[in-house]
Design a binder for this molecule. Structure first.
Ligand code: SAM
Length: 285
């Protein structure tokens, strides 16, 4: 919500906290068939995308989230070639995936075209790889897409979704995750944004891990990283494998990555695998 004309604020009532950014102006606002999409110009964080009052990304710090959603997963898989992104309409995840030269095909399925059109206009740097011949952009429900996917048709599925309410609720539920497992090849893995370890450990992170195991994934591991524009400033992604160990990755390849990042590197990858005590206790239950 806009506090007044000069501040955008996202309250998190459950924790009695809010995150605010000083804004210059609102650049875009549109009610799509699915959600209310806004873009603000901020004073210190570049452009800011907001969906249904929740911060999606800022130009200043989205590299943290996008790099940590993509690179640990792609360096964990032995040879990722076919990648499916569910959600991810701002295209920042797509851009990171396409930095991997071995990737042959990336299919992105976001339910809402309005998000991608707004990103093209106000976050052009995130959309710079959209014309890559390996990329396919579809606007459809990710749940139905995976339901209809051929068995073993993807090496990696990346769930880059909004919070688990509204159209994204089903992306955290067992039927969707079972369909993902079926759509993955034998060495396949899924990675999903899994919210804050401080604010959503009991309400989202723990149920998601449990649901991934119930869906049939062999092993699950949650990685964490800073993300100052999201509630609590601390965020996670959860890796789930069909067969392998999600804590083992191609360390030599990660150390020799042939592309530039701002946060991810081989040491960050190792460090983000370490589980803080509060998570270890809760997730062991
Ligand atoms: N980084 C962001 C975050 O964690 O706040 C997520 C960014 S991305 C903009 C989230 C996208 O998920 C949105 O564009 C939304 O349209 C999409 N989405 C939500 N539910 C979906 C569904 N069922 N199928 C496909 N895309 C969906």
């Amino acid at each position: 919500m806009a506090l007044d004309n000069t501040w955008f604020s996202e309250p998190h009532p459950a924790s009695g906290s809010a995150f605010s950014l000083q804004i210059e102006e609102r650049l875009f606002a549109q009610q799509s068939p699915y959600q209310y999409v806004e873009v603000y110009a901020t004073v210190g964080f570049g452009n800011l995308m907001v969906i249904d009052g929740c911060v999606m990304l800022s130009q200043r710090d989205n590299f943290l989230y996008h790099e940590m959603l993509v690179h640990p997963a792609l360096f964990t898989h032995p040879d990722p070639r076919r990648v499916l992104i569910i959600g991810g309409g701002d295209c920042g995840t797509l851009r990171e995936v396409l930095k991997h030269p071995g990737v042959e095909q990336v299919v992105q399925v976001d339910i809402d075209e309005v998000v991608t059109r707004a990103a093209e206009q106000y976050f052009p740097e995130l959309c710079e790889s959209n014309q890559d011949p390996r990329a396919q952009l579809h606007f459809a429900d990710g749940i139905a897409w995976v339901q209809n996917a051929a068995p073993a048709s993807y090496d990696i599925i990346i769930v880059d979704s909004t919070d688990p309410i509204g159209p994204a609720e089903g992306l955290f539920a067992a039927p969707f995750l079972q369909d993902c497992l079926r759509a993955l090849a034998d060495t396949g893995l899924l990675v999903q944004q899994s919210e804050s370890p401080l604010f959503h450990l009991e309400s989202i992170l723990k149920p998601l891990q449990r649901t991934l195991y119930q869906a049939g994934f062999a092993a699950v591991h949650t990685l964490h990283f800073p993300q100052c524009v999201y509630p609590s400033g601390w965020w996670t992604v959860t890796l789930a494998t069909k067969t392998g160990d999600p804590t083992r990755f191609r360390e030599q390849d990660a150390a020799a990555k042939p592309f530039v990042t701002d946060y991810y590197n081989v040491d960050i990858h190792r460090a983000s695998l370490a589980t803080p005590e509060l998570m270890r206790r809760a997730l062991a239950e």
